[in-house]
Design a protein around this ligand. Structure first.
Ligand code: ZN
Ligand code: CU
Length: 488
């Protein structure tokens, strides 16, 4: 298709091969961008443009959508978002695992995992209303778009005086009111993290009643499930039940199977998810690593295996070291060492690579980084997830085609979260575009050098603004706040 107006384009991506994010085979085409939108796709040899990106031999794809992030605070404190832009990510979904930056009062304590968001206990950065958070993001945009969810754990902090019990009816009602406020402000869903202590005592019924307002709105229910180990099947069933009660899409966050006793069980969970999908709307995401990362736990079972300290405010000198070594040095148990290092986050080597590949390759799985911004030794997924799927899992291991890889990080994700006019290369869509070299794209972040930018990401365009080009951030901050399709 050519452009009828004949006006020059703001950006012309010339000579590239388009993988459009629908999963369909690639095709050669020029892409013209004007006024923040994809204006034309096709043979644009004659067209004029302010900026032309010669892209012969390169792939032109929709900007990647990170389906699972904890970038809520980073969007404000580190608005260039280089750790995402450098991977080709143009949109982040925030508010996962039950934790969001809003709504929260500044005087309230922020126990783990709430403090994982990086807005430390002393930070003035809290928002009493969800609308205030989105308003700040609109006034001072980051370099990537944001689609934000509200977290059930955060709502518990906001409404309950003690977290080690189910919410009382009046507390449930108060949380439900905050969900209504968040949805009206533009939240795209609610997340839970019943795996974590502050929400572990919330029964299924509490979750359903708090999330009730999302029914029929198109907002999603995303969950870091209660149990990803022995009880994984029960937790999947609980999540399905909640989704049915709410008549909402369930997003199973970072699907994985924890602990040696559960290795191989993706052979059970994936067919279970596939079967449930026949009766209800389900989605799932996965990061391409066999190690997880989250708060440093203080219970024996969750400290089993190899544990690396990722971030630690009290003892920065122990960041990057093994918990076992620290315990030995202090002549205490690992549990005691973990207690003394609080608050901290850690990396846990607790998954089977075979499960990771199975889950990633599963037809319906989206790519999501679950990256935790901040600190000097974060899990490498923060800087490496998307190029690693493209280069390592698709190209080098042949786990799936490049078209499938791109779809898992763009079109599929936009569809699951209801992000209108994003996630595919189509005329009239927002011009979120990445140009990359399929032959060289690869993650460079490792557990030792976790903040090394990926290679092979040539150019990243966000809402028509060239934001990353040949390894350099342009300083452009054109990210938008994305709200739900069909929101009244
Ligand atoms: Zn999580
Ligand atoms: Cu998460």
């Amino acid at each position: 298709m050519t452009d009828r107006t004949g006006d020059p384009f703001d950006i012309l991506i010339r000579g590239g091969t388009v993988i459009d994010g629908t999963g369909q085979p690639r095709f050669d085409a020029d892409v013209g961008i004007r006024d923040g939108l994809i204006a034309a796709i096709g043979d644009l040899t004659e067209a004029q443009a302010t900026v032309t990106l010669e892209s012969r031999g390169k792939i032109v794809a929709p900007g990647f959508i990170d389906s699972h992030t904890h970038d809520d605070h980073a969007l404000l404190s580190d608005p260039d978002m280089t750790f995402k832009i450098s991977q080709g990510v143009t949109t982040v979904v925030t508010g996962n695992c039950g934790i969001s930056l809003a709504p929260l009062r500044p005087d309230l304590p922020r126990p783990m995992p709430q403090s994982l968001l990086g807005a430390g206990d002393q930070s003035p950065c809290t928002f009493e209303r969800f609308a205030d958070y989105l308003e700040v993001l609109r006034r001072a945009p980051a370099s990537v778009n944001v689609a934000a969810m509200v977290g059930h754990t955060t709502l518990r902090l906001m409404t309950m005086d003690s977290l080690d019990r189910p919410a009382r009816p009046e507390e449930v009602a108060a949380m439900r009111g905050l969900v209504v406020e968040a949805l009206e402000a533009g939240a795209i869903g609610v997340s839970t993290g019943t795996y974590y202590p502050p929400a572990a005592m919330a029964p299924t019924e509490e979750v359903i009643e708090v999330c009730r307002p999302i029914a029929g709105t198109g907002a999603v229910y995303a969950t870091h499930m209660r149990d990803e180990a022995e009880g994984c099947v029960d937790s999947l069933n609980e999540s399905f039940e909640i989704g049915r009660a709410l008549n909402a899409t369930v997003v199973i966050s970072h699907h994985k199977l924890i602990g040696e006793a559960n290795f191989g069980k993706s052979a059970v969970t994936l067919p279970l998810i596939g079967a449930a999908m026949k009766c209800q709307c389900l989605a799932l995401d996965c990061y391409p690593y066999a190690a997880s990362s989250t708060m440093l736990h203080t219970d024996e079972v969750r400290l089993r295996g190899r544990v690396l300290i990722a971030e630690c405010e009290q003892h920065p000198e122990y960041v990057g070291r093994e918990l076992a070594d620290i315990a030995e040095e202090w002549k205490v148990s690992r549990l005691e060492a973990a207690r003394r290092l609080q608050p901290a986050s850690a990396i846990y080597f607790i998954m089977d690579e075979g499960d990771v590949r199975n889950i990633l390759a599963f037809e319906h799985t989206m790519v999501g980084s679950d990256g935790l911004p901040g600190g000097t030794k974060p899990h490498p997924r923060l800087w490496g997830t998307f190029p690693r799927v493209l280069g390592h899992y698709s190209r080098d291991l042949g786990l799936f085609s490049l078209e499938t890889a791109v779809w898992k990080m763009s079109g599929l994700t936009a569809k699951n979260f209801g992000l209108a006019n994003r996630g595919t290369i189509a005329t009239g869509h927002h011009a979120d575009v990445v140009v990359f070299d399929a032959a060289t794209v690869i993650d460079k972040a490792t557990y030792d050098t976790p903040t090394e930018p990926a290679e092979g990401i040539e150019a990243v365009i966000v809402n028509g603004a060239l934001t990353w080009h040949q390894g350099i951030h342009s300083g452009a901050r054109y990210g938008q706040v994305i709200t739900r399709v069909g929101r009244s």
